[in-house]
Design a protein around this ligand. Structure first.
Ligand code: ATP
Ligand code: MG
Length: 405
C-alpha cells in the first residue's frame, strides 16, 4: 500500500497542504518546527485515528480553527482508496471512504496500514504499561478490525463498572444500604467484563506470540548478532494469561473460553478489594507487555542505546508481522536517523528501502542514508515543495524490494 496523495486542512501548523507522493522512500527535510512531524502524524492518524504524540485530538486542530481535515488517496495493488477524516475535537469525527460516509468512524481502523517509528517510541520500553497496552491494541485492531468494537465496548463496561464500584463504596460508607443491595447490579457488569475481557486477552496473547519472533529477529538485525536476545512476554492480572515470561514459539495458548473462566474466577477472588478500592483491579486494562533483553526486563535495566534499539525492533517487528499477514504497510520514520549509529542506520535503511513506501523526516538531510534520498520534499514556511532533480523509481529498487521480502 502507498499514499499517492495527501491533503491537510487546518491540521497542526498546516493551513493547507496538497502533496503528491510516490512509492519508495521520500524524505521530508526542513528546519526544526516547520511541520515535518505534523505531516507524518497525519499519516499515522489515518491508520490509528490517534496521534503518536498526544492523547486527545484537540492539539491536532490548527489554532483558531474548529476542525481539521486529513484527506488521502491510497493505492493498494491496483485499487484506489480515498479516505477523508474530519477531526472534530469534543465531537464525533466524520469519516468517508471513497466518498461514502462510514456509520461509525472506527470502521476505518485496519484499512490504512502504516507503521510509524519516532523518538516518542522510547516510552514503549521505558514508560508505563498503558503505553504498551495501547501499542498492542493498536496493532491488534490494525490486524483484526472487528476488535475495535470489542476494545471500545470493554472500555465502556470498565468505566461503568468502576463508577458502580465507586458509588457502591460511597453508599456503604454512609451505611445507607446493605452491601448486597448496593452491589446488586455488579454481577451483570462482571459478566460483560469477563466476556469482552477474555476476547481481548485471547487476541493479545495470539498477537504477542505472533509478534515476538519478528521482534527478536529485528533486534538481532539492529543490535548485531552477538547482542543479548530480545523477547516478549505478557504479564496479566489473570495468572493463566501469563506472568511476563516469554513463551517458547509453538506453545499452545489458552482460548477465549478458558480465559473467560480464569478471569471470572479472579474477579470473584478480588471482589472484596475492588469494593474497598472502588475500582476494577482485574482484566486486560491492568496487564502489561514485558520486553526483556537476555534474562532481564528491559524496563529499568536496558541502557539508553539498548532501549532505543528495542523500541525500533518493536516497530520493525510490527512492520514484518503486517507484511507476513500479506499487507505492505507504509513505513514512517520520524526524525530517527540522527540518533542512530552507523550500523543501526544501515540496518534501518535496508528495511526502509524494501518498503513499498517509506516516509522519512529529518532536520538535516545528511543524516539520512544516501540510498533513501532520491525523492526529497522541502518543508518550510507552511509549504511542502518537492526538490528539483528527484528521480523516478529505478528498476534496481524493485529488485531489492523483492529480495528483502
Ligand atoms: N494545533 C496547532 N496549531 C498551530 N500550530 C501548531 C499546532 N500544533 C503544533 N503546531 C506548531 O507546529 C510546529 C511543530 O511542527 P513539527 O513538530 O511538525 O516540527 P518539525 O518540523 O517536525 O520539527 P523538528 O525538526 O524540531 O522535529 C511548532 O511550531 C508548533 O508550534
Ligand atoms: Mg519533528
Amino acid at each position: 500500500m502507498y499514499l499517492r496523495h495527501l491533503q491537510l486542512g487546518s491540521f497542526r501548523n498546516w493551513d493547507r497542504v496538497d502533496l503528491a507522493l510516490s512509492p519508495g522512500p521520500t524524505v521530508f527535510v526542513g528546519r526544526n518546527g516547520e511541520g515535518k512531524t505534523n505531516l507524518v502524524e497525519a499519516v499515522g492518524y489515518l491508520a490509528t485515528m490517534g496521534s503518536h504524540r498526544v492523547a486527545g485530538d484537540a492539539p491536532l486542530v490548527r489554532q483558531g480553527a474548529s476542525q481539521a481535515v486529513v484527506r488521502a488517496a491510497l493505492r493498494r495493488e491496483d485499487r484506489e482508496l480515498l479516505v477523508e477524516i474530519e477531526i472534530n475535537p469534543g465531537r464525533a469525527n466524520r469519516v468517508r471512504v471513497n466518498r461514502a460516509p462510514l456509520p461509525r468512524p472506527r470502521e476505518l481502523l485496519g484499512l490504512v496500514k502504516s507503521v510509524l517509528f519516532a523518538p516518542e517510541d522510547l516510552v514503549l520500553v521505558r514508560g508505563d504499561p498503558a503505553e504498551r497496552r495501547r501499542f498492542l491494541d493498536d496493532l491488534l485492531v490494525s490486524r483484526t478490525p472487528r476488535l475495535a468494537g470489542v476494545r471500545s465496548d470493554y472500555d465502556r463496561v470498565l468505566r461503568q463498572r468502576n463508577a458502580l464500584l465507586k458509588s457502591g463504596r460511597a453508599l456503604l460508607k454512609t451505611a445507607r444500604m446493605a452491601r448486597g443491595d448496593a452491589l446488586a447490579t455488579l454481577d451483570v457488569w462482571d459478566g460483560h467484563l469477563v466476556d469482552l475481557g477474555a476476547q481481548l486477552l485471547a487476541a493479545r496473547l495470539r498477537l504477542v506470540a505472533d509478534l515476538a519472533p519478528h521482534v527478536t529477529r529485528a533486534y538481532a538485525g539492529v543490535a548485531g548478532a552477538d547482542a543479548a536476545v530480545a523477547a516478549l512476554g505478557y504479564a496479566s492480572t489473570v495468572p493463566l494469561a501469563g506472568d511476563g515470561t516469554p513463551v517458547p514459539e509453538g506453545t499452545p495458548l489458552p482460548d477465549a473460553a478458558e480465559l473467560a473462566a480464569a478471569l471470572r474466577e479472579r474477579v470473584a477472588e478480588r471482589r472484596g478489594d475492588e469494593v474497598d478500592r472502588g475500582m476494577t483491579l482485574v482484566g486486560p486494562h491492568r496487564d502489561d507487555l514485558v520486553i526483556s533483553l537476555g534474562s532481564m526486563p528491559a524496563k529499568g535495566f536496558a541502557s539508553h542505546g539498548e532501549s532505543w534499539s528495542l523500541a525500533l525492533a518493536l516497530k520493525l517487528g510490527c512492520f514484518a508481522l503486517l507484511r507476513a499477514d500479506g499487507d505492505e504497510p507504509i513505513l514512517v520514520l520520524d526524525d530517527v536517523f540522527a540518533t542512530l549509529d552507523a550500523d543501526r542506520r544501515a540496518a534501518l535503511a535496508t528495511v526502509a528501502r524494501s518498503a513499498e513506501q517509506a516516509l522519512v523526516t529529518a532536520a538535516v538531510l545528511d543524516d539520512v542514508p544516501a540510498e533513501l534520498r532520491r525523492t526529497v520534499v522541502q518543508v518550510a514556511g507552511g509549504q511542502a515543495v518537492p526538490l528539483e532533480g528527484n528521480s523516478a523509481e529505478d528498476a534496481e529498487d524493485g529488485a531489492l524490494r523483492e529480495e528483502v521480502r
